[in-house]
Design a protein around this ligand. Sequence first.
Ligand SMILES: *[C@@H]1O[C@H](CO)[C@@H](O)[C@H](O)[C@H]1NC(C)=O
Ligand SMILES: *[C@@H]1O[C@H](CO)[C@@H](O)[C@H](O)[C@H]1NC(C)=O
Length: 540
Amino acid sequence: MSLRSQEQLVVGVGVMFLLTVCITAFFFLPSGGADLYLHEENHVHVRDTFNREEVRRKEQRELLRKAEEANPMPIPKPEIGAADDAEGRRIFVKQMIKFAWDGYRKYAWGENELRPNSRTGHSSSIFGYGKTGATIIDAIDTLFIVGLKEEYKEARDWIEKFDFKESAKGDLSVFESNIRFTGGLLSAYALTGDKMFLNKAEEVATVFLPAFDTPNGIPYSLLDLQSKRGKTYSWSNGKAILSEYGSMQLELDYLSNLTGNPIFAQKCDKIRDVLTSMNKPEGLYPIYITLEETPRWGQHLFSMGAMADSFYEYLLKQWISTGKTDERTKREYEEAIFAMEKRMLFKSEPSNLWYFGKMNGNRVEHTFEHLACFSGGMVVLHAMNEKNKTIADHYLKLGKEIGHTCHESYARSTTGIGPESFQFTSSIEAKTERRQDSYYILRPEVVETWFYLWRATKDEKYRQWAWDHVQNLEKYCKGAAGYSGIRDVYSSEPEQDDVQQSFLFAELFKYLYLIFSDDDVIPLDQWVFNTEAHPFRIRH
Ligand SMILES: *[C@@H]1O[C@H](CO)[C@@H](O)[C@H](O)[C@H]1NC(C)=O
Ligand SMILES: *[C@@H]1O[C@H](CO)[C@@H](O)[C@H](O)[C@H]1NC(C)=O
């Protein structure tokens, strides 16, 4: 038999087989009778999902084709230089930034984020449903700092034409918009002196002023840009969240100082007054508060991680950013951390890893989150600014221990990348057995803490840990046109989630670049980072 007819036979048999399967299915499936009927609803649902998935794929292919046509420029692959000293490693990080940026620029320009493998735009619910270029605004200060000049200029020109009021749609997160948009623009102004950025920052912050119209002045979590009305999350029972309403001051105070418009500072002074007046159970701050004229705490949940984290960070940084003149904030910061050390700081057995647990009333959950790893950097920053040597030594030690714990959460995984959240039990330390906690979405907090530790100690191990992370990002997170999160840090071949978060540029890349730079690139006695790693100038 010739090759050709052999092929025909194979195809023929294949077609016959498929036909048989179809016909059999056609005759036999409906005779499932009552049973099938029971499942019909499910069935329809499955088919519907399948169809939608098909449509989505088709749309994506179409978008990709259009993107290729509109912008035929190939994405240059970064050259791998001799990355065996700090300079080489810094250049390597810069090339990663360029690669991730080029992908965004080519396939998702003006969208909030990039799907690096599908090569289309991506947006998450925090941005509402408008096209607001979150990646451009979050990345621009990093582009400037690392000296990607053409990229910076292109981003700047886009921002100049960008009208947040017109582009933003739906329900936006007040907190996320403040730290990413207002914060990113303020930082670009602080670094470059270009007034355009300051005007844009004021425009964005002005859009969010109606969110502060509540009986006690604590802002809503979300603002509906259509009706200009605030709302809380459907799951928060009408309450606001500590990490959100408690971390607005750095941006808004700075904005008022730079523009001379006092309205923004007044809004956050009001929040601070409410917090000062509240009675703290054992010195701790619960994560929920009501918006009533006389506010009340919600359930007594306490955490160093999600829903609380940046509130503590902002107390410390507000004191630093005002040239250490705001003594009230310093005192409140110290009292809060002291109370948490007393009640929530634990050491694991047998590895002696230090971590902050979570508390629900008096019940402790021995979980530490990737997000909570920022606390190492925070206490080190306190140590660097503290005159009392006993206190400074104490917090440097605490920072080193937390930096070590978070490194263990990385070192004990298959990919060398730490999970979203990890536990300490009788059988595991700094690992998780919960599938839903084992993902990594390009979060920066661990590298952030190593960055502060590097600046404070000059111990080479922190640079080495950061470099290990760079290599693991290359190995597991690099996608076709950028970097992606991974779904399981304990898998040797983790699936990518196909999202290049805007904070990859604002935070992770920036801290990685800075850890391989000299201390005079963003010196910590002149700059303070907001919680999205946008540097603001310290006012002396
Ligand atoms: C901004 O802060 C500086 C330093 O604290 C202060 O001297 C200046 O008066 C402030 N400007 C405004 C408009 O608040
Ligand atoms: C430094 O702080 C410690 C602990 O709070 C305190 O006991 C000590 O008196 C302080 N030292 C100075 C010089 O203020």
